[in-house]
Write a protein that binds this ligand. Structure first.
Ligand SMILES: [Mg+2]
Length: 410
């Protein structure tokens, strides 16, 4: 109806697609009752930002659409979107808990983007996805090239589903971790590779976020854990029984209550001491600082499994979590190590991180060491382990065993 009217009066209208960021986390952590309450309060606040004559509707789940008839140009829609984002800077009070709920908003305009109602909503949806991909909590207008970007994502998603089902397209590589003093291999980090049947190797940077969004990450991580544990047994049979195994887990996994069980399963199956397993998590997980996550990480640590913080120093500046979570090791992000070659602050940053590790009684590993210089400096500063191309790139299972044999002889 609004389109018919706009056509008759030669006016423009905007469609907004809103999706609450990380809403699933609220439902999973606090239950659906709290989730529903948040939805209602969210809707009320958004409605308060709209003009008289605008319509807000719930699409389903945590998705809403807004119809903004009679706009002069897209900037009018931006004003409303700005207002919504601004309004969401204040937390919602649900029971005893305060929630910050941000939203991602996509905007499409009639007749610029389409003259068809369904198509307009689809365009707004695609624009919303773009905002999600770029870090959420914001808005974006629909751009024609989003059509192709969206298609790419969809086809990767489909192929990923197939790969997970068939299970023979993933491979595990292992990157050796070296003791800085004696240069012996002390551990390996398991890294997943996806060999797509037609597109070749697809980087984890591309498919892991999609796996996280679609929930496929759970099956993928289970595969990684099991495969990595199987490899650890193989290494033991070859005479390398003391190696530590690093496995990366996505923050998403910590939303689920069965995490411990899923980690325990392969350890039991292959009779691996939990102390040999080190779960690598990123700082962004700890930023959430949700009680549930604190409890899960602590519980995990209580079983003997080690926890390391990956990409340390890149995301979050508060050190509070080092105290709250019982972390065993921090991995100095490779960007700092790489910058050591140039004149930069990296030296001071690494020095500071070493100081933090010493004071919190944590182990340290420098990632991405590639040159003599990048090995010498962290070593001189007191970093006890290293990982990087200088020693070895990530290796397929067979080559890893060869590498270990050679380094044993040296
Ligand atoms: Mg890692």
């Amino acid at each position: 109806m609004a389109i018919v009217q706009a056509a008759r009066r030669k006016e423009k209208l905007a469609v907004m697609f809103l999706d609450i960021d990380r809403f699933k986390l609220v439902n999973d952590t606090y239950g659906h009752q709290v989730g529903d309450l948040l939805l209602r309060k969210f809707a009320a606040r958004v409605r308060g930002c709209l003009r008289t004559g605008d319509t807000l509707a719930r699409q389903g789940g945590d998705e809403f659409t807004a119809l903004l008839p009679n706009i002069g140009n897209i900037e009018d829609a931006y004003v409303v979107a700005d207002k919504i984002i601004e309004e969401l800077r204040w937390p919602f009070l649900l029971g005893e808990t305060q929630f910050l709920a941000t939203t991602s908003i996509g905007i499409a305009v009639y007749p610029d983007n389409s003259t068809n109602a369904e198509e307009l909503i689809r365009c707004a949806d695609m624009a919303m996805y773009q905002v999600k991909a770029q870090g959420k909590n914001g808005y974006s207008a629909f751009l024609p090239d989003m059509h192709t970007a969206h298609l790419d994502r969809l086809s990767i998603e489909n192929d990923l589903r197939k790969a997970v089902k068939e299970g023979n397209q993933f491979e595990l590589y292992f990157q050796p971790q070296i003791d800085a003093e004696c240069e012996k291999v002390v551990g390996v980090e398991a890294l997943i590779r996806w060999r797509h049947p037609s597109a070749g190797m697809i980087s984890p940077d591309v498919f892991i976020p999609i796996a996280e969004d679609t929930g496929l990450i759970i099956t993928i991580s289970d595969w990684v854990l099991r495969e990595a544990c199987a490899q650890l047994v193989r290494l033991k049979e070859e005479g390398f029984g003391e190696l530590r195994l690093g496995v990366n887990l996505s923050a998403r996994e910590f939303d689920r209550a069965d995490l411990l069980e899923r980690i325990r399963l392969p350890l039991d199956e292959f009779q691996i001491a939990p102390e040999l397993l080190e779960i690598e998590i990123t700082e962004s997980l700890l930023m959430k600082d949700v009680e549930n996550i604190v409890a899960r990480v602590k519980h995990l640590r209580g079983t003997g499994v080690n926890i390391s913080i990956d990409d340390f120093g890149t995301r979050y500046s508060s050190l509070n979590y080092l105290r709250r979570f019982s972390v065993s090791r921090i991995k100095i992000d490779q960007s700092f190590v790489r910058d050591l070659n140039r004149f930069s602050d990296s030296f001071a940053i690494i020095q500071a991180i070493v100081g933090i590790a010493k004071n919190f009684n944590l182990q340290l590993i420098a990632e991405g060491v590639e040159s003599d210089h990048q090995v010498a400096i962290p070593r001189q500063l007191g970093c006890n382990e290293m990982q990087g191309y200088y020693f070895s790139r990530p290796l397929p299972s067979k080559q890893l065993i060869e590498f270990l044999r050679l380094s044993k002889e040296v």
